[in-house]
Design a protein around this ligand. Structure first.
Ligand SMILES: *Cc1c(COP(=O)(O)O)cnc(C)c1O
Length: 217
């Protein structure tokens, strides 16, 4: 048997494969599913050190990222896209798709975002509804210091969407201390289960933005 040496989808360990052989019921009707789902969401919030609600969506990582952009973006919104990698720049497409105006802050694809330089940039321009940032930009492996970047954004009232699909549970994330509004993870990277689930934590500030939309998603 060959070994898969990619960030994900990864090889699924035996205990996960055995768990998946449990008989299934109808998730829409089964109260046990409801309880287990709720418990699992709370567990994920705990592991991310956050009081924010976590949802598990049945779809791959990209679904969580697109759902976050779709619900946060309204036509004409200025959105800061922190672009120091392939996944970073990819956020601009989602913002455009939902009528927003992405403003790219581009820096070296082989280095983490320099927080001091970003702070200087924000002093001059901080009129953004939210910013998108990647925790670990997988193709390069660059790790951005989201625990410093997101509080800096928040000091200007800029909410954050963090793509931590490959970072989550591989590198520590303290969502509350880092003031991260929406954080997306995926099942098939560090968690080592099959692809097809995305975990999304949502802050109260992000929920307010969603509830106060003037046009529906
Ligand atoms: C893998 C990955 C994604 C996409 O996840 P899928 O589950 O394949 O949709 C998004 N962002 C990053 C940083 C990733 O590593």
């Amino acid at each position: 048997m060959y070994k898969i040496m990619t960030p994900g989808p990864v090889q699924v360990p035996e205990n996960v494969r055995l768990a998946r052989s449990r008989s299934t019921t109808n998730a829409d009707l089964d109260p046990v599913f409801f309880d287990e789902y709720k418990e699992l969401c709370e567990l994920i919030s705990n592991l991310l050190y956050t009081k924010n609600e976590t949802l598990i969506l049945s779809g791959e990582g990209i679904l969580g990222l697109e759902a976050a952009c779709a619900t946060m973006t309204e036509p004409g919104d200025r959105v800061l896209v922190l672009d120091n990698g392939i996944y970073g720049s990819g956020f601009a497409d989602f913002v455009t798709m939902y009528g927003g105006n992405p403003v790219l802050y581009t820096s070296d694809y082989h280095k983490e975002i320099n927080v001091e330089e970003l702070a200087e940039y924000l002093q001059k321009d901080h009129d953004f509804k939210y910013a998108a940032v990647v925790h670990c930009d997988t193709p390069s492996g660059v790790l951005n210091d989201v625990h410093r970047i997101c509080p800096l954004l928040k000091s200007y009232g800029i909410l954050s969407i963090v793509d931590s699909v490959s970072g989550m549970f591989g590198h520590e994330l303290d969502v509350d201390k880092g003031k991260m509004d929406i954080v997306c993870g995926g099942s098939q990277k560090a968690v080592s289960v099959p692809p097809g689930l995305t975990f999304v934590t949502i802050s109260e500030d992000a929920k307010k933005v969603m509830e106060n939309r003037s046009v529906p998603v």
